[in-house]
Ligand binder design. Structure first.
Ligand code: SAH
Ligand code: SF4
Length: 337
């Protein structure tokens, strides 16, 4: 049942929905009992129909510096585990990194989540609740969630309907009212749903996990690339840039001796030069049990220098929260722990 259906069933006027949205998504109430705008009777009815929480906190870790927090949640419906991270940047941004799945079917060779395989899709409520959890906490310090990135567990484009529904909650002016430009979907580059986003005129930001400048190399580290070729991917990316006239990010995890050589950087320049993009170089975060290695600092500098000479806009990502395994690709709640 949706909230709309609940109100109809109980013969309630339409302004009740506005009150509900206000309480949940702007005032960030923490329990139905706090929803005192409604009569006790109506409050009890909604509490019977809808569990206030779809996720339960199992563990909440903070980094030593205090700039990163990671929460392990259990789904109230089946106790499966997922993780969410918040990064509190010095410039005031508070970015929540949400999971959209438990596990991930894509199986990239460098990713801890990938080792779990696909376990399940999260619902839009479960995705939204990860953000609400931090929004409620921040409100107490007079702060807000400023950015949301789909860079936790799972591949957002393989759970697209629920992801888009959660984004509706984040951006609807009557709900969280965030600007779509503050929401980033990160994808391993699945072509069909990217075309769907283009058709639907998706207003959020996109980050494409590129990780290799050639089809052959990309296929060897990202199995999904077999059926989503680099050329098809670049074609749809070009169309999206044309359509939105907004910069797209490419992510590139640097893996020692695999994709971090000068020749890779040169090929990468050829692939992206002249496009309205920003390249994020991400030093690989070692995953226990994997033999892959992080590139040396001077190799990263050499790689970056090739890009600089060709004037490709890029940054080397500084990862936050390493001491609590909150960095990219380290979210996994089974096997690797
Ligand atoms: N499934 C989506 C979003 C989640 S992963 C995607 O793949 O884009 C978020 C980012 O973390 C991706 O760019 C991913 O490639 C990167 N990542 C995964 N494992 C990593 C690791 N061990 N070290 C550094 N980055 C990693
Ligand atoms: Fe899935 Fe992204 Fe990890 Fe690849 S990097 S396995 S797509 S979560």
């Amino acid at each position: 049942m949706t909230f709309e259906e609940f109100l109809k069933k109980n013969n309630q006027p339409s302004f009740r929905l506005k009150q509900l949205n206000l309480a949940l998504y702007k005032q960030y109430i923490e329990d139905w009992s706090e929803f005192t705008t409604w009569s006790k009777e109506l409050r009890e009815k909604i509490a019977q129909e809808f569990d206030f929480n779809t996720l339960k906190v199992i563990n909440h870790q903070k980094s030593k510096k205090g700039d990163t927090e990671k929460v392990l949640f259990s789904r109230t419906k089946n106790k499966q585990l997922l993780e969410t991270v918040i990064m509190k940047h010095k410039d005031g941004r508070n970015t929540v990194c949400v999971s959209c799945m438990v596990g991930c079917p894509v199986g990239c060779t460098f990713c801890a989540t990938g080792t779990m395989g696909f376990i399940s899709n999260l619902t839009s409520e479960e995705i939204a609740e990860q953000v609400l959890f931090f929004a409620r906490k921040l409100k107490k310090e007079d702060k807000k969630v400023s950015n949301i990135v789909f860079m936790g567990m799972g591949e957002p484009l393989l759970n697209l309907d629920n992801v888009l529904e959660s984004i509706e909650i984040f951006t609807n002016p009557e709900k969280m009212a965030m600007s779509p430009s503050r929401i980033t979907i990160s994808t391993s580059g699945i072509v069909k749903p990217l075309e769907k986003l283009l058709e639907n005129d998706f207003k959020g930001r996109l980050a494409i996990s590129l990780h290799a400048p050639t089809q052959e190399l990309r296929e060897s580290i990202m199995p999904i690339a077999k059926n989503n070729s680099l050329s098809e991917l670049m074609t749809v990316v070009d169309k999206i840039i044309d359509n939105n006239n907004k910069r797209i990010s490419f992510e590139y995890v640097l893996l020692k001796n695999i994709n971090d050589k000068q020749r890779h950087a040169e090929k990468l320049v050829k692939l992206v030069k002249g496009k309205l993009i920003h390249l994020n170089l991400i030093p690989y975060n070692p995953v226990p049990g994997f033999t892959l290695q992080t590139s040396d600092r001077n190799q990263i500098d050499r790689f970056s220098a090739v890009l600089s000479r060709a004037r490709v806009p890029h940054t080397v990502r500084v990862s936050m929260g390493k001491d609590i395994d909150a960095a990219c690709g380290q979210l996994a709640t089974k096997k690797t722990k």
